[in-house]
Design a protein around this ligand. Structure first.
Ligand code: G3P
Ligand code: CA
Length: 261
């Protein structure tokens, strides 16, 4: 029986400040097979690891990521907000956590190579540059066989595939309030058209029929963001490749329980 990979969403973001080396280290301690994280370009076109377009939520400052250099971003504290918002999980060492560059994250995982879901946050204008930089870093740091590069911007996924056919990619799909959920066939056609090896679905889109159809068409399936134990059984039954979770400790324990039955 195939059991799913446990992937820490922005690291172990339920218990540590997201997208920091602290959260990635915690995910490893918690038994994750790998981590997911977000990359966007700094003003000087360095891929840096941060989810939001601006620094208000995690940097407690009013600036845009794209207006600051990687060096300036690397000096911003993105751990303090977590301690303030989640006092019961706060730790002294989180304060002072900074925004890593993609290179720093790859160096961090250099010795314990893990599966890395690298999500490109980009619009059409920056897709080529971000894809180029992500591919360069992955090749230089020898992560070609460990990285899955994903994006909602399917033109960026296609660009990675064009630049580096050997790197695995995933097409991301979400449910938007403003429009009806995309059909399974539409998502599969779009994923195949951009050359993705995998389809990464918001959990509300991961219906049985859709997962089955994806597998039939040779696409692996990842599901995000799932923190409930019931997903372990469902993933094993359906052949889902990876569960992206904020709480890898809980999902690892649930997977171990499931395997022991
Ligand atoms: O990996 C998919 C998931 O991370 C996409 O949503 O907003 O958490 O980046 P978001
Ligand atoms: Ca993400």
């Amino acid at each position: 029986m195939q059991t799913p990979l446990i992937i820490g969403h922005r690291g172990a973001s339920a218990v540590a400040p997201e997208n920091t080396l602290a959260a990635f280290g915690q995910a490893l301690t918690d038994g994750a097979d790998g981590v997911e994280f977000d990359v966007r370009l700094s003003q000087d076109e360095v891929p840096v690891v941060i989810h939001d377009r601006d620094l208000r939520r995690t940097g407690l400052t009013n600036a845009k990521v794209s207006d600051l250099s990687a060096r300036e971003l690397g000096a911003i504290d993105v751990g303090k907000w977590f301690n303030l918002r989640y006092p019961s999980m706060s730790r002294e060492e989180y304060e002072g956590a900074t925004i890593p560059t993609l290179e720093e994250v790859l160096r961090f995982f250099d010795k314990t190579k893990r599966v890395l879901y690298v999500e490109m946050k980009t619009d059409k204008t920056n897709a080529h540059k971000l894809a180029t930089e992500v591919v360069r870093c992955i090749r230089e740091h020898d992560f070609t066989h460990y990285a899955v590069v994903e994006s909602f911007a399917l033109e960026a996924v296609a660009e990675v595939k064009r630049l580096a056919p050997e790197i695995m990619t995933a097409a991301l799909f979400e449910r938007k309030l403003s429009r009806p959920a995309p059909s399974a066939d539409t998502m599969l056609e779009e994923a195949i058209a951009c050359g993705a090896s995998e389809i990464a679905l918001h959990h509300t889109l991961a219906r049985k029929r859709c997962v089955e159809k994806a597998l039939q068409r040779g696409l692996r399936v990842a599901v995000w963001t799932v923190d409930e134990s019931r997903w372990i059984k469902r993933a094993a039954a359906l052949g889902i490749n990876a569960l992206i979770t904020n709480d890898p400790a809980k999902m690892r324990a649930s997977l171990d329980d499931f395997c022991a039955r």
